[in-house]
Design a protein around this ligand. Structure first.
Ligand code: BGC
Length: 254
């Protein structure tokens, strides 16, 4: 069954139809730049442009958002326009796209995809996926079940919001080399491990493609640490999975 997945990020908005059972995109994804400022209306227009590229209408769409999302309402906006706080994002996008829309946190979506189809497939116990990018996103699973909106990227570490020190944005902005940045990631993982004692960490975000450059440098963490497998498509796949989980199957709804 194909459902459309959209991943809203700080720099790009990308989407594609997804074969949810296989966890794969059925067409090459299409990306537009995130409008600046990334206000709700401007982002809704950009998402509409992505869907229009595939002639997608009337059928379910899952959308990720880089902040807390409860019942379709966006509650925080660390790296997008603050106007998103308190917006009924599912309602706004549903109206703009004329499709049933499910909205969820971006890291939660990536986690759903990795647990079902990727690096955490078949893993019970406590699994934590962390996405390293503009911010740090988190998805916490116990025996395959998601605890949504954990926001572990904002844990306080040595007096700082952790994502301002250990995100890849911090790496880029401060010009850190892999060794220096890996040390920060190690401190962060050690802290998260102290709080949750996970069995497995999955490291996601664009940087997971370069896992060989920094994962071997990380020491002193007891949990297994593996790179995400769906990499840049995890958000799109997870968004589509959430849309399926949220509503009647498209066939039944028709
Ligand atoms: C946000 C999270 C998001 C993460 C990755 C953080 O700043 O608070 O909700 O998952 O960035 O985009």
């Amino acid at each position: 069954m194909d459902v459309f997945g959209v991943d809203i990020g700080g720099s790009g908005i990308k989407g594609a139809p997804v074969d949810v059972a296989r966890g794969e995109l059925t067409e090459e994804r299409f990306k537009v730049l995130t409008p600046q400022p990334a206000t709700p209306d401007a982002v809704a227009d950009a998402v509409a442009e992505v869907l229009a590229n595939f002639g997608w209408s009337g059928r379910p769409v899952g959308v990720t958002f880089p902040g807390v999302v409860v019942g379709g309402t966006t509650r925080t906006a660390a790296n997008v326009a603050k106007d998103w706080v308190g917006v009924d994002a599912a309602g706004l996008l549903g109206e703009r796209l004329s499709c049933p829309v499910t909205v969820l946190n971006d890291a939660d979506a990536a986690g759903l995809a990795e647990v079902r189809h990727g690096a955490a497939r078949g893993r019970d116990g406590t699994v934590i996926l962390l996405t390293f990018g503009t911010g740090i996103g988190s998805a916490l699973f116990t025996d395959g079940r998601l605890v949504p909106n954990t926001e572990l990227g904002h844990l306080e570490l040595h007096g700082h919001d952790a994502e301002t020190r250990a995100s890849t944005r911090a790496k880029d902005e401060e010009g850190l080399n892999w060794t220096h940045w890996a040390r920060r990631v190690q401190r962060y993982l050690t802290h998260v491990e102290m709080l949750f004692s996970p069995d497995l960490f999955v490291i996601g975000g664009g940087v997971s493609r370069k896992a060989d450059k920094f994962l071997p440098l990380i020491e002193g963490v007891s949990a297994e640490i593996v790179p995400a497998r769906l990499q840049n498509n995890a958000g799109i796949v997870g968004a589509a999975m959430a849309a399926v989980a949220a509503g009647p199957a498209p066939a039944a709804a028709a």
